[in-house]
Write a protein that binds this ligand. Structure first.
Ligand code: PEP
Length: 248
């Protein structure tokens, strides 16, 4: 791992999980799922934030949301605000996930507004960036990442921030970037962040599972993982935490 920052294993449940399933998951996590050198966070759907806040805090698991709107309150049917997320006990909010960029057409301009609102309301954004397959194949990966990171231009140094590099072609597909691709791309992301005045943790995301976690987490410049599918079952999620703990 690149520096002394505590490695973060963050699970994004996406649109999965009933109340009962989530309470069973918490039971299955055991008493102390978060080892000393690994930070653990989970992002359940909005309906589960309040009921999970206390059980997660008892197990030292940080609560996060998968998205939010860029206003505090008002006539925004179907949206959720940063204030509501704080009220529900969230520490993190994922912004710029490729599923939001692609399916909900979220632009960099909107993501920039959301970042500002997250900081204003005491949330730590996990800013997701990543290229599509055709962009990688045409040699445009760094250009795409640079553009996505430009939302941090002019943002004061030291704000709470985590970045997740997630190649879109690796999300939910079972394909992962090779260790060489991960090292090379994380080096570029760290370099670009430092040019922008930010020295923050960079996670890798994209089909991380118990079989590949050790290799991916050991790559230079990787300080944790953002995980979808393998975070849905407590046993596979705990295997990822164990893989991170071994490297810490
Ligand atoms: C994600 O949704 O951010 C993700 C990386 O999903 P998966 O682990 O399922 O590829």
């Amino acid at each position: 791992m690149a520096n002394a920052t505590r490695c973060l294993i963050a699970g994004n449940w996406k649109m999965n999980g009933t109340l009962q399933e989530s309470l069973d998951f918490v039971d299955d996590l055991g008493a102390n799922p978060a080892p000393e050198h690994v930070e653990v966070a989970l992002m359940p759907p909005f309906t589960l934030l309040h009921p999970l806040a206390f059980p997660f805090s008892e197990k030292d698991v940080r609560l996060g949301a998968q998205s939010m709107y860029c206003e505090v309150s008002g006539a925004f049917t179907g949206s959720i605000s940063p204030l509501m997320l704080r009220d529900a006990g969230c520490h993190y909010v994922i912004l710029g996930h490729s599923e939001r960029r692609d399916i909900q057409h979220e632009s960099n301009a909107l993501i920039r507004k959301k970042l500002g609102m997250a900081w204003e309301h005491g949330l730590e954004p996990i800013l997701c960036i990543g290229e599509h397959l055709e962009e990688r194949e045409s040699g445009k990966t760094n250009e795409v990442l640079k553009e996505q990171l430009s939302v941090l231009e002019g943002v004061e140094a030291g704000v709470p921030l985590t970045v997740a590099y997630e190649p879109v072609w690796a999300i939910g597909t079972g394909k992962t970037a090779s260790p060489e691709q991960v090292k090379e791309t994380h080096a570029f992301v760290h370099e670009e962040l430092s040019r922008l005045g930010h020295d923050c943790r960079v996670l890798y995301g994209g089909s991380v599972n118990p079989g590949n976690a050790a290799e991916l987490l050991a790559c230079d410049g990787v300080e944790g993982a953002l995980v979808g599918g393998a975070s849905l079952k407590a046993d596979s999620f705990m295997e990822l935490i164990e893989a991170a703990a071994k490297l810490a």
